[in-house]
Ligand binder design. Structure first.
Ligand SMILES: O=C(O)CC1=CCC(=O)O1
Length: 258
């Protein structure tokens, strides 16, 4: 597990409480654009970053593990001299958040886990997807991915934004995407969920076909200080489809636990 220096952007009050935003497979830090104004206006120092293998972060050869992705977060906090942060992660980002909550709990004030899962099988599905991407590129999986990310109604109402997200996925380096599929294929976060001590907000999209509400329920049942919110209409990228609801939930959680 060797950390890489991931690409990041910091916005908001330099002295505000830090909030780290960690994104999904196939995304880059632009996926959090709907959260930035709400968090910075409320006085937070917002740190967004690209997962390794994604966006403008380095692409070391895979496979990656969640320990690798978690080590990148700890190294980023060290680089920014942040002792503890509020961590908000969606999907793969939420998995990274659970890893940090389990193995480096002292680095977290709170955890917000959006549209994620502690166990997302079958493993063969991730191996198959990685093989497709290595053979044909990320463009081969981008259209199917946006169909999981957004409800049909949202896609119909926002064709340009849907295309932009599809382009974001298609521009993700194939090796980075495939190597992160391996991290999901091999992850095992369930047994240690009770070790997460951070106050945890779990948010699920009611219409999410990728990490459905039942997965969020399992996390909320196992994490001692967790609370579950199911919101809709929203598919996998609920932070984009329902930014107002998600922002209010995040801000409420941070304020309750500062
Ligand atoms: O399959 C998808 O695109 C949904 C997803 C699973 C993990 C992740 O980060 O995104």
């Amino acid at each position: 597990m060797t950390a890489v220096d991931v690409h990041y952007v910091v916005e908001g009050s330099p002295d505000g409480p830090p909030v780290l935003l960690s994104g999904s497979l196939g995304s880059d830090l632009r996926m959090w654009a709907p959260q930035v104004a709400a968090l910075t206006t409320a006085g937070y120092r917002v740190v967004r970053y690209d997962q390794r293998g994604h966006g403008r972060s380095p692409v070391p050869p895979g496979p990656y593990s969640l320990a690798d992705l978690g080590a990148d977060v700890l190294a980023l906090l060290d680089r920014l001299q942040i002792r503890r942060a509020h961590f908000v992660g969606l999907s793969l980002g939420g998995m990274v958040g659970m890893w940090v909550g389990q193995y480096a709990p002292h680095r977290l004030h709170t955890l917000t886990l959006c549209c994620t899962s502690a166990e997302l099988g079958p493993p063969s599905g991730w191996a198959d997807r990685a093989a497709t991407v290595r053979a044909e590129g990320t463009g081969a999986v981008a259209e199917a991915a946006v169909q999981r990310w957004f409800t049909p109604q949202w896609r119909a109402a926002h064709p340009e934004r849907t295309r932009d997200f599809q382009d974001m996925i298609a521009s993700t380096p194939a090796e980075g995407y495939a190597a992160c599929c391996a991290a999901i294929e091999t992850m095992d976060l369930t047994a240690r969920l009770p070790k997460i001590s951070a106050p945890t907000l779990v948010v699920a999209g009611a219409d999410d076909p990728a990490t459905p509400p039942a997965h969020a329920q399992r996390i909320a049942d196992a994490v001692p200080l967790a609370r579950l919110e199911i919101i809709g209409p929203a598919a996998h990228l609920a932070n984009v489809e329902q930014p107002g609801i998600v922002n209010d939930l995040i801000l409420g959680h941070l304020k309750e636990n500062s």
